[in-house]
Design a protein around this ligand. Sequence first.
Ligand code: ZN
Length: 217
Amino acid sequence: MLLFRWRGVPVVADRLFVLLATGWLGMQAWRDGAVGLVSGLAGVALLFGSVLAHEFGHAMVAQRFRVRVRQITLNVFGGVTLFERAGLTPRVDLFVSLGGPIASLVLSGLCAILAAVTGSTLLALVAAANLALGVFNMVPAFPLDGGRVLRALLELRLGVLRGSLIALRVGTVLAWVMLAGAVVMREPGLGVVAVLLLMMQRQERARLASMVEVAWR
Ligand SMILES: [Zn+2]
């Protein structure tokens, strides 16, 4: 579902996200009436405003380097920015990957200052959420932003194939550590993230394997 378009980038919400958000808002309205609906809408707007700021952080850096941004998708896990591969060299990828976390950290800092000035707990909460978003994404587990930064740095030193493979290996170890941590601490949310990372890493491994095959021919 197309929500809006900004700087030529369509922002789309995926179906499951729309369904869950509407369902959750409906529950809020049913339980607490208009107050519940308004506070629910404000919560969704703040949360996804933060995710959008992060994704546009990536998108705007990409556009600076003349990499075409195809779309930003909001989903239940947050957001994804899709780029055209053309022009996305390791050096550009490094800056584009840093763009999102930097946007989150800047927004967190601004909200923290505003929270201190106004004494607003809501702003303090948004500051904390953005800090978490920025820091978590910098974990060097591909395909998180930190993993892409690591990959770009390794690619610059070791070449695309070797750099990608090593970054992927580091990411896989970290994902297994996360999964073990999720089991030990009984954190199902972290467990889901770890499994998703492992699944996406598997896809990336298959893509790299096909690159090796092409290189061998
Ligand atoms: Zn990001």
